[in-house]
Design a protein around this ligand. Structure first.
Ligand SMILES: Nc1ncnc2c1ncn2[C@@H]1O[C@H](COP(=O)(O)OP(=O)(O)OP(=O)(O)O)[C@@H](O)[C@H]1O
Length: 264
């Protein structure tokens, strides 16, 4: 097995008195597509937000691409990471949020070129070429001059995916990318993510409530509860033969919901 591209060792995260991640151990291999499922409040989004350095940790160690994320070496000693280290580490990762988080006052093209120019130092011309490349990939080549408000939610989310990809990250983090969308717009976003997962050697870490989709795209599914991984495995084993009672209970509810929706 390769060196993991993401490694969490005994990570603890608290909000006030609540322990959200409880000595979490978790690894992702390069190129692996991993889905995190679990009940509301189990800490799924927190894992992604910590990786993207949007939230700090209370204890434990995290490594991304072989380097400590929340720590850095100074004179051979491991110390809490400074802003420059965090900025560098963030370049390994792109994140897609539930609520798209596009810049409302910028065109689609500008949303995508902004970070490659200002963070990576690309020329405007290079960044525009990249924007075109990734807009093409998400099927929105003809929307570059529009503003986010002129697009549907599904289109906005596809722009958000193009924007994250334009930084050429090695790791893509998706935090419930379809849960803010009207049901009829979910499919177009899932199919872009599915294409990405098939055609690119990106490492993907996805939090989703779309169980069928998780089943289709994942190499591995992790069931989270109360800040730890209760059970994990290939989609075939986890969905068909969950072993742990908590996983069984969760998946029972999920199947029921999906059936109700289909019947409606
Ligand atoms: N910034 C914050 N301040 C205080 N509590 C927080 C904060 N962010 C998350 N929490 C709490 O941490 C717990 C885990 O949140 P998290 O968003 O990771 O859960 P989740 O598994 O992704 O849930 P969901 O499926 O509902 O999105 C929840 O109890 C949440 O209320």
């Amino acid at each position: 097995m390769n060196e993991p591209i993401i490694k969490l060792e005994k990570v603890v995260k608290r909000f006030g008195d609540t322990t959200v991640l409880n000595e979490l151990d978790f690894e992702v291999q390069p190129g692996e597509k991993v889905t995190i499922i679990g009940p509301s409040g189990s800490g799924k989004s927190t894992v992604l937000r910590i990786l993207m350095t949007l939230e700090g940790i209370d204890s434990g160690m995290i490594y991304v691409a072989g380097q400590p994320l929340w720590h850095e070496y100074k004179n051979d000693a491991l110390v809490p990471a400074g802003e420059a280290h965090l900025r560098n580490m963030r370049k390994h990762m792109g994140m897609v949020f539930q609520q798209f988080n596009l810049f409302p006052h910028m065109t689609v093209r500008r949303n995508i070129t902004e970070a490659p120019v200002h963070v990576l130092g690309l020329s405007k011309h290079e960044a525009r070429q990249r924007a075109e490349e990734y807009l093409e990939l998400v099927g929105l080549a003809d929307q570059a001059d529009k503003f986010p408000r002129q697009l549907s939610g599904g289109q906005q989310q596809r722009v958000a995916i193009a924007r994250a990809l334009a930084m050429r990250p090695r790791i893509m983090l998706f935090d419930e990318p379809t849960s803010a969308l009207d049901p009829e717009l979910v499919g177009e976003v899932l199919s872009v993510i599915q294409r990405l997962s098939q055609e690119h050697d990106l490492t993907m870490l996805l939090v989703t409530h779309e169980m069928q989709f998780a089943q289709q795209i994942s190499d591995r599914v992790c069931f989270f509860d109360k800040g730890v991984i209760v059970e994990q495995g290939t989609p075939e084993t986890l969905f068909a033969n969950p072993v742990e009672p908590r996983t069984r209970e969760f998946l029972k509810g999920v199947t029921l919901e999906a059936t109700v929706e289909q019947d409606a």
